[in-house]
Design a protein around this ligand. Structure first.
Ligand code: PLP
Length: 390
């Protein structure tokens, strides 16, 4: 590719832009991961992460991407042939379901609409037929990144409690943690999965499992084979501030800095910033006359917006133009949504003027791609952001 001046605009819904402070933190010599200097780092990040997940229970850090976090959540809690409930929520929920099936878990799928969040009522119907408590877990994606739809995890908890069902609640918060309010302990989640490359503003390479005491107890009897993902040696080593095998030391330097940054801004302020930038994006999309993929405004994602292009238009062409002409990367439509939608990532290290640049790049690309839209979208964002509304 020929030389491109200035910064690349990375606005896929993760990996996200890495702040210079984090890059500088990572760019240091690796230390002995069994030495005293590491101990301080290990203890600080393991404690600091609890605040981001809103839990007082342990959070495991593994080398891997979000998919590794999925696998860790399943192999530590389940045995071959166990039944679990999952939802037909989108591309990522589908990939997680296939993983569970490959591991030998029986999955009951609650059918759904990728344009809507999951529904507590259908879960009540499903669990109330399980009087023998054969269902061992309910696994749900908080923020489905393929469609930009956020589900109510507190409603899922309520549904499980209504049925007085002992199933574990396992939640994927890969594209919500650090961007959209998430409450592991208050919502009674047993395992929360997250990854480094989204709201935490880090490169890909770390994944997390936040646990509950019930999940830790379940891991003693779980029969699926596990070695690298095993919580037990991880928790034992973490109690001393260390890891059972070589950790991703330099990513942990970055994580340490990310936790400081989130604390400086204040986690609640981080959520408000995401909500505000997401709303500016949605106002722009609506003013363009394009449709937001998520059908229910109460379920709009604050970390990304998936936008439908009109029938006969090609979302991938728009993305190609945005990249070629404006050095702007947008998220592609995944699976059955390819060509039909594009996704604007507005999560992580982001502010008003960066977002406006992205929206301008999209508007110019819409025009070049001959996709029918109304003018005035950028003005809608300007008005909204100037009004300082949330
Ligand atoms: N879950 C969600 C909600 C995601 O958005 C992603 C990836 O974007 C994953 C899981 C899979 O994570 P990874 O690609 O890091 O393995």
């Amino acid at each position: 590719m020929s030389f491109r001046s200035g910064r690349h605009h990375l606005h896929i819904p993760g990996p996200t832009n890495i702040p210079d402070r984090i890059l500088r933190a990572i760019n240091r010599p690796t230390i002995d991961h069994r030495g005293p200097e590491f101990l301080e780092l290990g203890l600080e990040i393991l404690e600091g992460l609890k605040g981001v997940f809103k839990t007082s229970d342990p959070v495991c850090i593994f080398p891997g991407s979000g998919s590794g976090g999925w696998e860790a959540s399943l192999v530590n809690t389940l045995s071959s042939g166990d039944r679990i409930v999952m939802f037909d929520q989108g591309f990522f929920a589908t990939a997680w379901r296939k993983m569970a099936q490959s591991l030998g878990v029986e999955v009951d799928v609650i059918t759904g609409d990728w344009r809507r969040g999951v529904d507590g009522k259908s879960l009540i119907e499903k669990l109330s037929t399980d009087s023998q408590h054969e269902i061992k877990a309910v696994a749900v994606v908080h923020n489905e990144t393929s469609g930009g739809v956020t589900s109510r995890i507190d409603w899922i908890r309520e549904a499980i409690d209504t049925c007085k069902h002992p199933a574990l609640l396992i939640v994927d918060a890969v594209s919500s943690l650090g961007s959209i309010d998430y409450r592991h302990e208050e919502w009674g989640v047993d395992v929360t999965i997250a990854a480094s490359q989204k709201g935490l503003m880090l490169p890909p390479g770390l994944c997390f499992n936040a646990l509950s005491s019930k999940a830790i107890a379940a891991s003693q009897d779980a029969g699926l084979a596990r070695v690298v993902w095993d919580w037990r040696p991880m928790l034992a080593a973490n109690r001393e501030g260390f890891f059972p095998y070589t950790p991703s030391t330099n990513l942990l330097y970055g994580l340490h800095e990310a936790l400081i940054m989130l604390e400086e801004e204040g986690l609640e302020n981080v959520f408000v910033r995401h909500q505000r930038l997401a709303e500016a994006t949605r106002q722009t999309v609506s003013a363009w006359g394009l449709e937001i993929f998520c059908r229910d405004s109460a379920e709009y994602s604050n970390s990304l917006t998936a936008v439908q292009v009109p029938k006969g238009s090609d979302a991938d062409l728009l993305m190609q133009i945005a990249l070629k002409d404006f050095d702007l990367s947008l998220g592609t439509g995944l699976g059955k949504l390819q060509g039909k939608i594009f996704r604007i990532g507005h999560l992580g290290s982001l502010n008003e003027l960066t977002l406006l640049g992205v929206l301008c790049g999209i508007e110019m690309s819409l025009q070049i791609a001959n996709i029918p839209f109304r003018k005035g979208g950028i003005n809608a964002a300007l008005e909204f952001l100037r009004s300082r509304k949330c």
